[in-house]
Design a protein around this ligand. Sequence first.
Ligand SMILES: Cc1ncc(COP(=O)(O)O)c(C=O)c1O
Length: 417
Amino acid sequence: MSEIALYGGEKLKKTPFGTGKRFGEPELQQVKEALEQNTLFYWFGTKVKELNRKFAEMYGMPYCVSTSSGTAAIHTALIAAGVTEGDEVITSPITDMGSIIGILYQNAIPVFADVDPNNYNITAETIREKVTDKTKAIVVVHLAGAPADMDPIMELAKERGIKVIEDCAQSYLTYYKGKLVGTIGDFGCFSLNDFKHISAGDGGMILTRDEELYRAAFRSCDKNYNRLGKTTAEIRAIDSVAPNYRMSEVVGAVGIAQLDRLDFICSTRNRHGERISEAIKDLPGLTPPKVVGKEEGSKSSYWFYLMRADEKGLKVSVQEFVDALKAEGINVAKGYLNNPVYGYGLFQNKCAYLGTHAPFDSKYYGGNASYDMGMCPVAEDVIENSIYLVLNEFYTDEDVDDIIAAFKKVSDYYQNR
Ligand SMILES: Cc1ncc(COP(=O)(O)O)c(C=O)c1O
């Protein structure tokens, strides 16, 4: 048994992790073309339209609308789904605020359903427990590149007449039983922020199959102007408020070039992730993330890699196991978030808008939203007892060999010391 680096042994990772350029000639060429149009407004130029066409085609969908961010995409989808003050929207407690912000901006009430212990996504069973007559929509987050179990969720949503918005910000080219996530619900929302599989600095995209929902989304991110209308009166028929979340032509141009990189990025991450799962599955105290429906064609694109960790099996605290891996040169952290989303002050104090309790005390709501700690015990356990491992498409196979060797070395040490 070799001494671990945390206690003075030799560090396992001796070479730097692979890196690479995310942007190059194709992006430069696209941006140049965008600028040469002499307009950067999406409705006059060709780049955002081209991005919409290309992304819709890649996903086999009839309609795509682009926005200024992933948060904006989800907010736009919520508006188009008809979510308004007094409605409840069910979502995940393990996610980015981007999944939640639009719900609150509609003065609707976020309701948190618990997650599956091994794929960290909400399920039909946990959602069902939270459905009420006020439930208007579900924002299903496909966390870390892995699909939520969509068939039973869609069945429940149909049964109760609830709209489904898939939050695919972390899940490009993720498959659920042979179907791409983002094509299953009423809307699929994506992020182009700089930390995602692909980046345009910031940006978002919304997929839908329904022409009416498309038209609603199209105007809901553009001040409610109906640019698809024929007359000025049609274009300016404003009957409710909508934000300006338009994407500019420069962002659209970068997005077009980035789409060509997606296949490589997602297939490499999938290969690395699957190798790691295979290698750690028998290490005591570690459980790889579950890809639901893998035998039927599900596939994760591993935006990051989150495994369950159990102190008893590890024979050491999760924190020390993480520290030992870090000392070996591996990019890991304890968990993905510090607490579930409902643990934030915003929910604990029921204060989304400073100095008020709106929307929680809205007369249109009349319910009693509860955000007590302990309400989603599985999510809280996942947050406490998991290890977050950075994955990157530029990592080489040797990098992945080193990650696996480091996990084995550290595990071996604590099992046998
Ligand atoms: C799951 C999830 N949803 C939504 C968002 C929001 O995306 P954006 O940062 O583009 O607004 C993010 C981004 O971090 C995310 O990870």
